[in-house]
Design a protein around this ligand. Structure first.
Ligand code: FAD
Length: 410
C-alpha cells in the first residue's frame, strides 16, 4: 500500500458503534450472549416458528430482542428511519423485503412483486439506498423451481440451453405459471433500471438455484448493457461456483453485458449437507471452511481483475476477505470508491467492518431486511444459528461490544 492510502483497521470500536447508544449496546451484548448458548438456539429455532404459527403471544418478545437487532422494522416507514440513521455515517442501505417461500399462492406472489416495486420506488427517492434485494422464492412457487431445477439436471449442455429445454417440457399449466414468474421478474428489473436502483438476486438452496441463475442471467442480458442493474449471488461454499463465476463472465463477454456478482460464502450449509446425505448424492458443499475461503478470495481476485465488466459486491463478515478486496484494488491502482465495487454486511452484525470501511471511503452498506414478524422468521432463525458458536461470530460480536462499552465507561 502507498503512504497516501488510508490504513484500514477493523479494531476501531468507536467508529463501529458510534450510531448506537450504550443502552442499545448492552441489549445487544445480552442478546449475543444468549445466542452463544447452542442448546438455547436449538430450542428457540424449533419453537419460535411453531409459536408464531400457533398464534402464541410471542411477537412482543421477538420484536424487542432478535427482531430489533437484525431487522429494520415491520414496515417500509419504520425501516426508513434506520436507513436514514445509517446515512448519517456514510453507510448505505440495501432494502430487503423479507418474504421467503410465500405460501399464499399466486396472490401472495403478486403482492410480493408489488412490494418489491414499491421498495424500488422508495429507494429512488433516498440518497443512500442504491440497491434492493429480492428472493425469487418470494414470487415463484418453490416446487415449480425445484421441478425445473431437476429437469435441468437431467439434461445436457450450457445452463441456458438446459433451462430453455426444461421450460419447453413443462406442462401447459406450468408454462403459464412460469410465464408469470418471468413477467414479475421483468417488471421488478424494468422499474429498477428506470429508477437507477440495483437489484440483488439472493441465492438460495442448490435444488432450486439453476433456474434462478438462468432467469437472473437473462435479466442481466437485458438490463445490464450500459450499467449494472441486476446482480446474481454466487455462493463460494459450493465447490462448483468459482467455475460458475468464470462461466458467467464468459457469457457476459459473449453477449456484451456487465456481470453483476454478489459474492457470498453461503447460508444453508447444514441443510445442504443433510439433504445430500438423506438423498444419497454428493454434497455440493466444499469439504471444509478453508476451501470456501480459498474460493471466495479467488473469486474476489477474478472480479477485481475484470472490474471493467463486473459490478462486484463483497457480501461478507470475514475480516480477511473484506480487507483483501481493498488491497486488491489498491494493488491495481484503483480507488477504494471505484464505482464497480461495493461492500455489504448484514444489519446487526459486523459493524466494525462496515463503519470502518465507510471511514476509509469505501462504498459500503447494511443489508436491511424488513417485513411482518411472521415473514422474517426464517431469516431470523438463520441469523440465530449463524451466531451460535461461541468461537465464531458471537464471540467476535460480543468481544467488540464489550470493548466499546469499556471504552465508553473508561
Ligand atoms: C450482505 C450479505 C448478503 C448475503 N446474501 C446471501 C445470499 O443471498 N445467499 C446466501 O446463501 N447467503 C447470503 N449471505 C450469508 C453468507 O452466505 C454467509 O452465510 C455469512 O455471511 C457468513 O460468511 P462470511 O463470508 O461472512 O464469513 P465467515 O464467517 O468467515 O464464514 C462462515 C461461512 O463459511 C462457510 N463454512 C463454514 N464452515 C464450513 C465448512 N466446514 N465447510 C465449508 N464451508 C464452511 C459457510 O458458508 C459459513 O456461513 C449474505 C451475507 C451478507 C453479508
Amino acid at each position: 500500500m502507498s503512504n497516501t492510502e488510508p490504513v484500514i483497521s477493523f479494531d476501531n470500536t468507536e467508529f463501529a458503534f458510534e450510531y448506537k447508544t450504550s443502552k442499545q449496546l448492552k441489549k445487544a451484548s445480552f442478546l449475543f450472549s444468549l445466542m452463544g448458548k447452542p442448546w438455547l438456539v436449538k430450542i428457540g429455532t424449533r419453537l419460535t416458528p411453531w409459536s408464531i404459527k400457533a398464534g402464541l403471544p410471542v411477537r412482543r418478545i421477538i420484536r424487542n430482542t432478535i427482531f430489533q437487532q437484525f431487522v429494520g422494522g415491520e414496515t417500509l416507514a419504520e425501516t426508513s428511519i434506520v436507513a436514514k440513521k445509517l446515512g448519517g455515517y456514510n453507510v448505505k442501505a440495501i432494502l430487503d423485503y423479507g418474504v421467503e417461500g410465500g405460501d399464499d399462492g399466486e396472490h401472495g406472489f403478486d403482492h410480493a412483486t408489488e412490494e418489491f416495486i414499491r421498495v424500488i420506488e422508495y429507494a429512488s427517492t433516498q440518497p443512500n439506498i442504491p440497491f434492493m434485494s429480492i428472493k425469487v422464492t418470494g414470487f415463484a412457487r418453490f416446487a415449480l423451481l425445484e421441478k425445473l431445477d431437476s429437469m435441468m439436471h437431467a439434461s445436457e449442455g450450457t445452463l441456458m440451453k438446459r433451462f430453455l429445454k426444461s421450460v419447453d417440457e413443462l406442462t401447459a399449466e406450468e408454462k403459464e405459471e412460469w410465464h408469470k414468474v418471468r413477467h414479475r421478474m421483468m417488471r421488478i428489473c424494468e422499474t429498477a433500471a428506470e429508477k437507477k436502483i440495483g437489484v440483488l438476486v439472493d441465492a438460495e438452496e442448490t435444488w432450486i438455484q439453476d433456474p434462478v441463475d438462468a432467469l437472473t442471467i437473462l435479466m442481466m442480458d437485458t438490463f445490464n448493457k450500459n450499467r449494472c442493474v441486476v446482480y446474481n449471488t454466487i455462493q463460494h461454499y459450493r465447490h462448483d461456483r468459482l467455475k460458475f463465476l468464470k462461466d458467467s463472465y464468459a457469457a457476459a463477454e459473449e453477449r456484451d453485458f456487465i456481470l453483476g456478482a454478489k459474492l457470498v460464502r453461503g447460508a444453508y450449509m447444514e441443510k445442504e449437507r443433510k439433504r445430500a446425505e438423506e438423498k444419497n448424492y454428493p454434497s455440493p458443499i466444499q469439504p471444509d471452511k478453508q476451501s470456501s475461503d480459498r474460493d471466495y478470495n479467488a473469486g474476489l481476485e477474478f472480479c477485481v481483475d475484470n472490474l471493467q465488466r463486473i459490478g462486484l459486491i463483497v457480501a461478507s463478515h470475514n475480516e480477511y476477505s473484506n480487507l483483501y478486496a481493498t488491497e486488491l484494488l489498491l494493488k491495481k491502482g484503483l480507488s477504494l470508491n471505484h464505482p464497480h465495487i461495493h461492500w455489504s454486511q448484514l444489519y446487526g452484525m459486523s459493524d466494525n467492518i462496515t463503519f470502518n470501511l465507510a471511514h476509509a471511503g469505501c462504498s459500503v452498506s447494511k443489508y436491511l431486511p424488513f417485513g411482518p414478524i411472521k415473514d422474517v422468521i426464517p431469516y431470523l432463525m438463520r441469523r440465530a444459528q449463524e451466531n451460535t458458536s461461541v468461537k465464531g461470530q458471537t464471540g467476535r460480536e460480543l468481544g467488540l461490544i464489550k470493548k466499546e462499552l469499556q471504552r465508553r465507561a473508561g
